[in-house]
Write a protein that binds this ligand. Sequence first.
Ligand code: CIR
Length: 265
Amino acid sequence: MFKNAIVRIPGSNLADGLTTVDLGMPRHDLVLQQHAAYCKALRECGLTITTLAADLRYPDSTFVEDTAVITERGAVLTNPGAPSREGEVAAIREAIMRFFPAPLFPSLLEIHAPGTLDGGDICEAENHFFIGLSHRTNEDGARQLAMHLASMSYTSSVVDVRGMTSILHLKSGIAYIGDNTLVVMEEMADNPAFRTAFHGYKLLRVPPEETYAANCVRVNGRVLVPSGYPRVHAALVANGFTPLALEMSEFQKMDGGLSCLSLRF
Ligand code: CIR
């Protein structure tokens, strides 16, 4: 069960952030509306939210997920792979560490250069973590995280998505939604390279035209899913999950998915 979430209000300069898609500029009024609806949904799922003020130094800083990997047993601060996002960790450190005081938790765990790692590449599936190697997360970052996770008695395995040009992070293409179930974009589910990694899980396959919805998030009894993806929505319902659809159009323009807008723990 999650109890808490940390979010950051999107800055008025979100459009200056990084993106690889050509969907137009986000509209700030809609950005704020969609962010507010997202926070409301998290509250409906029973979470208490810590809301951080917009930080105009970092246009991408509303995508807080990339700054940390948070588990029940401790938090690991990351070293984001995009140079423009490096300072985001220092900006959020205090807000995260308040929840992980010593001596209850291991002293501050961090990913250090030359390791880089974005939280969007880390998919937690109960006591196992999939660590995505991407254009943001490098081998050294993955190795450091695996070591930190092992120190907290978690297992991990590396999933190399560097060849998949259609996704930014591992979690742009998969989500673990509980009950031994992974939501997986078809391109990954069909790729023999990933077969061993996902062996033993029930796979809900996401058709190519709905790939964006592979980034969904289980929050207690619900699965948050972007609105406008009927096949994923129907597959969730058919498999006994309870989706909660959220409008995400403005964040999608900046390569952002549902998971990246919060740290949940
Ligand atoms: C970036 O390119 O870093 C941001 N514009 C989007 C980050 C999305 N983060 C995530 O999926 N975890």
